[in-house]
Every structure is written in structure tokens, then in C-alpha cells.
Design a protein around this ligand. Structure first.
Ligand code: SF4
Ligand code: SF4
Length: 463
């Protein structure tokens, strides 16, 4: 029963429900080196992206305050909500497909939480407090000059990095120029922005100082979804129990095969390096973020004991139990098909997406009128949203009908990424009108360039 205890509670909680603090051993090895390179490239991208612009628009920005979003330099407004909804569905489906095939590869290699925790904050901790045994010792020790010095240094560096992360995070929301403005002005000039930076800094500071692996094991919904998404064919960091059991300590005097022993020498190194405090030999568990630290630790021990590497490796449950290689299952094929279809639909929508949003409605409470020139006229309300980065002086023209348009008030100057409301009148000669309701097409021109067409109804008296 003791061996099965891991099934009753997560690894970071003791029998009394108290948090068990994890002191993972500093990892090293082939996978760790590759993860370091991947992580630092991704971090460089994360910090650089807010400064990228295409045609003056941010490469990526999610301005929830103004309801303006920029993806790859393309600006989206609340009117483009359907495109965003489709992008969200595609992302969810992509995550499902990715997880069905690659398990939690995202958690270990791409997730910002893991990258910051393991490759930034944890490494700083190793540098200041030493490896896991030294950290344990320091945690237990009385508050003396050395402990105060080390902790003060750690907290200060953690806080500075959290401040940088908070500013970067905010840059993705309101743009780096605005963040710079907040950071360089007196707090009273941008009180909301200043408080937002402080709150985000504090949240990131506490996440990386205290919360740590709890984000992955108890808060992140993606981690909780694994049980539903993974199947026996999904790739995972997995212990080859067929090869490893029966586990027993290593001894040069014993021939393990003859003694009926497996390759696991029960050295516990895979457990010592685990940042979520689990024993991967108990099977795939929700705490495992696929960080691969245990693969490196075990490979090292296998080398030391002249046994083949890969006792812990990336493989599927079927790979271990039936020696089956990865195959495209019907489930994966179905997800892939739907995903390709949705990406096709999104591409079409983006290509057909108009740069302008035009709404023309006949002014409420008005009907047709006659004038002395033998024309009938209707009055309309006009609303145009300019999604482009250009300021455009525009004119309206009738496209399919004799007649003319007259603006009420000034000519229209559409400011970039702005909308404008106006009124205009359509005049049509009486003898050109053939029915009570005529559909008229209206062209919106920038100079001689037709930038958008739309249509509306023109009403007239009984003929
Ligand atoms: S079990 Fe291995 S891969 Fe999973 S979190 Fe622990 S060390 Fe990382
Ligand atoms: S590191 Fe490898 S050999 Fe050592 S206990 Fe873990 S699985 Fe067994």
C-alpha cells in the first residue's frame, strides 16, 4: 500500500495536506543542454517580439483595453470577432492534436512557466544557494548573516526579473511605447498603468518564488486535461518497466540477467532531479511536465553501469509494452483533417477580409422627398471603420444607377484605424426610378481608386 501512495495525493502535498517543498538536483546531460538552447532562443523571441512592427503595426499585440488585436501586423477589431473565434478553435484543436501525438512536450520545452522556472529562476537559485543539498541545508538553517545575504540577493534578482517580465507582458497588451511612457513618467501621470506593472511584478515574483510547480500541477488547465487527451500511443517521458524491473541496487559482483534483475539500479537519481517531485517509475502522472531531467539522470547512470541508455525515454505506453512504433491512428488522422480544413477556412477569410467596415442605413424617421429639379432623394446614415494604417480622404459614388450623392457636412477624411459617422443624400431622377424599392450600389473611392463597395435600398413613391 505504501508503494501505491502516489495515487492518493500529488507529490507536493504530505499526508496532512501541507506543501512539500521540492529541492530538485541540478540537472545536466544531452536533453538539458538542448532545452537550454531552445529556452534561450524562445526567451529572446518573447522579449523581442513586442518591438517588432510590420507597416507600423505590432507583430503581436492583444490590446484588450481598446479591443484591438494585432496578429503578424494585421489589425483585428471587435468586428473581426468571428476570425478570432476561428483562430481560437484552431489553436485548441492544434493543442489537442499536438498533445495526442507528443504528450506534454509543450510543457517541458515551450511553456513560458517551465522555461522561466527551470532555465532562469532555478538556475539563479543554484548559482546563489548551491545545488539541492546545499539548498536544503540553507532552508533548515537559522537566520544568520550568510542566509540573510543569500536570500536578499535571491529575492532582489527575482524581483528585478519579475519586473522585466511584467513590463514585457504589458507590452503585449498596450505596446512597448506605452509601457516605456509609464516606466519613465511620474507614477501620478499613469496611475493605472503604474499599479498594473506593480501587480504583475508581484504576481510573477510570487509565482516563481513560492508557487512554482503548483502552477503546472494544480492551476494550469492544460495539465489537468492530459488524462483526457493522452492515449497509449501518445509520446511521453516514460520508464521502460519491462526492461527496468525487477529493480535492485547495482553491484559489480552480480550478473543482473542471471539474477533475474532488471536494468534499474534503484539509484533514485531520476527522482532527485525531478522538479515536480515524482518518481517516473510509477508511470505517467499528472505532475510530470516532460522536462526530460530524469532521462538525462538515468542515461548517466546507465552509462556508469555499462548498460544501454534509454531506460527512461520518450516513448509511448504501447512502445514500451508492445514495442510498437508511432503510427497515425484514426483519431490523429481525423483531428488532422479537421485542422487542415479549418486552417483553409481561416486563410480564405483572411484573404477575403475587407479593410473597411461600411454600414449604410436610411436615416430613421425619414422617407423619400422630391426636389424642384425632378429628383427624388433619400437621406442615409453612414458609418465607416478604416482598418488600414493609412489616412484616407474618401468619396461616395453611385455605381449602378443614374443619380448623385451629396454629403451632409464635410468631405470624409478616414483616419487610420478609426471610424467615422456621417450623413449623405442620394438623388435619383424621377424618370430613372422603376420600382418602389431600388437596390443601389455605392462605391467608396480614394481618389480614383475604388476601395470598397456596398449597397442599400432607395425608396420612391408609387409609379
Ligand atoms: S518525471 Fe521526469 S520528465 Fe517528468 S517532471 Fe519529473 S523529471 Fe521531468
Ligand atoms: S535513474 Fe534510472 S536507474 Fe536510477 S532509479 Fe531512476 S530509473 Fe532506476
Amino acid at each position: 500500500m505504501v508503494e501505491e501512495e502516489f495515487r492518493n495525493k500529488i507529490s507536493t502535498v504530505d499526508e496532512k495536506g501541507k506543501r512539500v517543498w521540492i529541492f530538485p538536483k541540478k540537472p545536466s546531460g544531452k536533453f538539458y543542454s538542448k532545452r537550454k538552447i531552445t529556452s534561450y532562443l524562445l526567451l529572446a523571441l518573447l522579449f523581442a517580439i513586442p518591438f517588432f512592427k510590420i507597416d507600423g503595426e505590432p507583430f503581436l499585440m492583444f490590446n484588450i483595453v481598446e479591443g484591438k488585436f494585432s496578429l503578424f501586423g494585421q489589425v483585428f477589431w471587435p468586428q473581426d470577432l468571428y476570425i478570432f473565434a476561428l483562430i481560437t478553435i484552431i489553436m485548441v484543436l492544434f493543442i489537442i492534436l499536438f498533445t495526442v501525438i507528443f504528450g506534454r512536450l509543450f510543457c517541458g520545452w515551450i511553456c513560458p512557466q517551465t522555461i522561466f522556472m527551470e532555465m532562469v529562476f532555478r538556475r539563479i537559485e543554484y548559482w546563489i544557494e548551491g545545488d539541492w543539498t546545499a539548498q536544503k541545508k540553507l532552508a533548515k538553517s537559522e537566520w544568520n548573516a550568510e542566509k540573510i545575504k543569500k536570500r536578499a540577493l535571491k529575492y532582489s534578482i527575482f524581483f528585478i526579473i519579475s519586473f522585466i517580465i511584467a513590463n514585457t507582458f504589458l507590452s503585449y497588451i498596450i505596446g512597448y511605447e506605452e509601457v516605456w511612457d509609464i516606466a519613465t513618467s511620474a507614477p501620478s501621470e499613469h496611475i493605472v498603468g503604474f499599479i498594473a506593472i506593480l501587480i504583475f511584478t508581484f504576481i510573477f515574483f510570487m509565482v516563481f518564488l513560492k508557487l512554482r510547480e503548483q502552477v503546472c500541477t494544480t492551476i494550469c488547465p492544460y495539465g489537468r486535461l492530459q488524462g483526457v487527451l493522452l492515449d497509449s500511443k501518445s509520446l511521453n517521458v516514460i520508464y521502460d518497466y519491462k526492461r527496468g524491473e525487477n529493480r535492485a541496487k547495482f553491484s559489480k559482483k552480480i550478473d543482473r540477467k542471471e539474477a533475474g534483475l532488471g536494468d534499474c539500479i534503484d539509484c533514485n537519481q531520476c527522482v532527485n532531479v525531478c522538479p515536480t517531485g515524482i518518481d517516473i517509475r510509477n508511470g505517467i502522472q499528472l505532475e510530470c511536465v516532460n522536462c526530460t531531467a530524469c532521462i538525462d539522470a538515468c542515461d548517466f547512470m546507465m552509462e556508469k553501469t555499462n548498460q544501454p541508455k534509454g531506460l527512461i525515454r520518450y516513448d509511448s505506453e504501447d512502445g514500451v509494452s508492445k514495442n510498437e512504433r508511432f503510427k497515425f491512428t484514426t483519431r490523429v488522422k481525423a483531428y488532422t483533417f479537421v485542422l487542415i480544413a479549418l486552417v483553409g477556412l481561416l486563410t480564405t477569410m483572411l484573404v477575403l477580409r475587407s479593410d473597411f467596415e461600411v454600414t449604410i442605413l436610411r436615416t430613421r424617421g425619414t422617407v423619400f422627398e422630391h426636389n424642384t429639379d425632378g429628383e427624388i432623394y433619400n437621406i442615409y446614415d453612414l458609418s465607416i471603420l478604416n482598418k488600414t494604417n493609412r489616412d484616407l480622404p474618401v468619396k461616395l459614388k453611385l455605381m449602378n444607377h443614374a443619380g448623385r450623392i451629396q454629403m451632409i457636412g464635410d468631405e470624409i477624411l478616414l483616419k487610420s484605424r478609426d471610424d467615422i459617422q456621417s450623413k449623405f443624400i442620394i438623388y435619383i431622377p424621377e424618370d430613372e426610378i422603376k420600382s418602389l424599392k431600388t437596390t443601389v450600389e455605392i462605391g467608396i473611392y480614394e481618389g480614383d481608386n475604388l476601395v470598397e463597395t456596398t449597397s442599400t435600398k432607395f425608396i420612391a413613391p408609387k409609379i
